[in-house]
Ligand binder design. Structure first.
Ligand code: CMX
Length: 464
């Protein structure tokens, strides 16, 4: 009598009832969507003014180096939430990482800013109150369960398939329930695009922990119980729990890492991919899935996996008696074999990455991390590598980026499967990429379509 259809209706009814009572409970706190709705008109006005008053103003010339050099330094994208200064590093709506650490709300009893707080800042440019962040955490927990067909899809994949491939597939498959896609098919007005994009983005962020934890569980922990979502926990409290790590220090580390790694301007490969795909009005699931496959490259997000692999090979070769001299020799061996030193260098930064510094400070405050041989090796490598890279003379930035340490801390806490590390980066980068998709729709940004040129055409232009 009660078939699968009626069970689904019952499940969705009870979810709706729970959601409604949760809305009533917190009705006095302005929600993220309401706050965003208030800030959008001023930005729309600013864009309109820029277009009408300064549409033809020049922001600099385009050189041949820009065109053949991966568009380095070319000012060609609009990106609202963060700006990357080569020397100072990232600022989110003008705030540095230490500013955010001071101002953004943490979990109850915790110290590190919550990724929910960072999401609020990225989307609205405002610092949320503690009550607003708690409300957002509760909303994300409420929406965090995976649909059964996605669980089935992920469970059907071979455990030998790279976790990032699985993550991209799961995220793409979530577009089955895309609010934007359904609304677009019905023929909504352009001015309504952003609200449906926003719904999709929040649903996707909410579901990323369950999806990512399921991938981890299937590959590395099959047979162990996979906890469900605890409605009282924040996004990353739930993620750590579902990964099977109850360690509060690791949870705090994940909160910090995921918050500060969430956005890094618009031109990096994953962010740019999300923006490009989103500009075709692909829904946020498809856009972010594409971004994840850019993140999966070793010059970008896969570097955190590569750092650990490289560091372990070094440790194996030089043994327990680690000296600066031995690290130096190993660095030269890597460089002379034509490989890059993972975790060092950056497309924009020209100083040590403040994200690296923030994670180092996290380590410095914890005696167990300070004693860890893996973390000690990160520090010792940092003492030697910039000198070697300067002498080598190729990289424009001989300093560490965030990936020089991010995976090593996870390793210390027992999350030792480093092929999985980029998935955690993927949970994080959603904050920035999805924020921009919402803003791109709110501002009505067009399809991205730069002009390409052949070498013959470039030569002709130069002669002319
Ligand atoms: N080790 C050795 N050589 C390096 C190097 C490194 N860590 N970083 C750059 N170089 C080399 C480049 O390969 C390039 O060599 P060629 O001229 O032979 O091609 C030369 O130095 C100039 O490169 P650059 O202009 O300084 O750097 P790019 O903007 O081209 O590349 C990056 C930036 C990150 C891809 C590069 O520094 C690198 O490969 N680093 C190691 C991988 C890594 O840590 N990636 C994570 C980046 C962080 C993130 O994704 O956010």
């Amino acid at each position: 009598m009660f078939g699968r259809g009626s069970q689904l209706v019952a499940k969705s009814f009870s979810r709706n009832v729970a959601a409604a009572s949760f809305q009533r409970r917190l009705a006095s706190t302005k929600s993220l969507k309401e706050t965003l709705q208030e800030v959008i008109p001023a930005k729309q006005e600013q864009l309109k003014k820029l277009k009408t008053e300064h549409g033809q103003a020049s922001l600099g010339e385009v050189t041949v180096d820009n065109v053949i050099g991966g568009m380095r330094g070319l000012k060609a994208m609009l990106w609202e939430a963060s700006v990357l200064d080569p020397n100072e590093g990232i600022r989110f709506h003008g705030l540095t990482i230490p500013d955010c650490q001071k101002q953004l709300p943490a979990a109850p009893g915790g110290k590190e800013m919550l990724p929910e707080s960072m999401l609020w800042l990225l989307l609205t440019g405002q610092i949320p109150s503690e009550a607003q962040v708690r409300q957002l955490s509760a909303e994300l927990a409420e929406k965090g369960e995976l649909p059964a067909y996605v669980e089935k899809l992920i469970d059907s994949l071979p455990p030998t398939l790279h976790p990032m491939t699985q993550l991209g597939m799961g995220v793409a498959a979530l577009n089955h329930d895309s609010s934007f896609q359904a609304a677009y098919e019905k023929g909504i007005k352009k001015t309504e695009y952003w609200t449906h994009t926003f719904e999709d983005c929040i649903n996707l962020i909410a579901r990323l922990p369950a999806l990512s934890a399921r991938i981890y569980h299937n590959i590395y922990n099959a047979g162990a119980p996979l906890p469900g979502i605890d409605k009282k926990l924040d996004l990353i409290g739930n993620y750590a729990n579902m990964l099977g790590f109850a360690n509060e220090d690791l949870t705090e580390y994940l909160r910090l890492y995921i918050a500060i790694h969430g956005d890094h301007e618009g031109g990096n490969a994953s962010a740019h991919t999300a923006h490009l795909v989103g500009s075709t009005l692909s829904d946020p699931y498809l856009s972010y899935s594409a971004a994840l496959y850019a993140l999966a490259g070793p010059l970008h997000g896969l570097a955190n996996q590569e750092v650990l692999r490289w560091q372990m090979a070094m440790q194996k070769e030089i043994g327990d008696e680690i000296t600066h001299e031995k690290i130096k020799d190993y660095l030269w061996k890597t460089l002379k074999s034509g490989q890059v030193v993972p975790g060092y260098g950056h497309g924009v930064l020209r100083n040590p990455d403040p994200r690296f510094m923030a994670l180092q400070e996290f380590c410095d405050a914890r005696p167990d991390l300070l004693k860890s041989p893996t973390i000690q090796l990160v520090k010792q490598t940092y003492e030697v590598a910039p000198g070697v890279l300067k002498e080598h003379g190729k990289t424009k930035n001989p300093y560490p980026n965030v990936d020089a340490t991010s995976g090593c801390v996870l390793y210390h806490y027992g999350l030792t499967q480093f092929k999985y590390y980029t998935v955690i980066f993927g949970v994080s980068r959603a904050l920035g990429c999805l924020t921009q998709l919402v803003w791109a729709r709110a501002l009505g940004l067009p399809l991205e379509r730069p002009k390409s040129l052949s070498m013959d055409a470039i030569e002709k232009l130069i002669k002319a």
